[in-house]
Design a protein around this ligand. Structure first.
Ligand code: APR
Length: 230
């Protein structure tokens, strides 16, 4: 089976009701990144950070995967599909995708400040409280990779991209590294597709086939195109 590797971003969850980060109505126009998505912000005001992620987590329980997520899950009928996502929601998994690698963490998990390997699943409706402790006694924090922190899964992701026979980028502005740098790990000659309703800048030396549509339609177009490649 041909190997399809996907890099997804906030745009694929937009039609499930989630704000992206850098669109005009994006999260970073409502919250300061340095306050809610950095270790310094968490040290300065942990309650603000916990409230931010507790709010996103509550929204996630009310959200459903959209056609973009579902089409990617459907692709597994005909292809060996691996999804690398920058998203912290579990909508790919809930749509039925079986191989999802999270680069920036997961909203429905928490972790010990004292041990980044100590990851705890949160139950539905469970917030992270300011005095919550992990089993090792250290404070419990969101299992999110903040700006300035290491991206533990990046080398796994790079290895996955090198295996791609077909590479799809969907719903990301390719603004944030090292995730955005994954495009440079695609083997020469591998077809690259990009689904986004707006223009996204990509390295000029790459031949990227643009599908200028929202994910709910664009991923279906992508699926049709690659089924005809077979
Ligand atoms: N379908 C497809 N793409 C869409 C849709 C849609 N319905 N709506 C918006 N988009 C596109 C936008 O045009 C934009 O190119 O999704 C992209 C979203 O870009 P960002 O808001 O920058 O989100 P993302 O690229 O995922 O951000 C990367 O930045 O803040 C950090 O950790 C955070 O993982 C995030 C990372």
């Amino acid at each position: 089976m041909a190997k399809v590797v996907v890099l997804s971003g906030a745009g694929i969850s937009a039609e499930s009701g989630f704000s992206t980060f850098r669109d005009s109505d994006g999260l970073w126009n409502k919250f300061k990144v340095e306050d809610v998505a950095t270790p310094e912000g968490y040290a300065r005001n942990p309650q603000l950070v916990l409230d931010f992620y507790n709010g996103l987590r509550r929204d996630l329980y009310k959200a459903e995967p959209n056609k973009g997520h579902l089409e990617l899950a459907e692709l597994e009928r005909d292809f060996d599909v691996s999804i690398i996502t920058q998203n912290v929601d579990d909508l790919h998994e809930r749509a039925g995708s079986s191989d999802v690698l999270h680069l920036h963490g997961e909203l429905k998990k928490a972790r010990a400040c004292g041990d980044p390997e100590m990851i705890i699943d949160l139950t539905e409706g469970e917030d992270i409280g300011i005095n919550d402790k992990a089993p090792d006694g250290s404070a419990l924090r969101p299992h999110i990779v903040w700006f300035g922190e290491a991206v533990p899964n990046i080398s796994l992701a790079q290895d996955l991209v090198k295996q791609a026979d077909i590479f799809l980028i969907v719903g990301t502005s390719l603004n944030v590294y090292p995730a955005a740098g994954l495009i440079s790990y695609v083997r020469r000659g591998t077809p690259i597709f990009l689904v986004d309703p707006k223009p996204v800048s990509v390295p000029h030396y790459l031949d990227v086939r643009i599908i200028a549509k929202k994910a709910s339609e664009g991923v279906a177009c992508f699926a049709d195109m690659i089924r005809h490649l077979k």
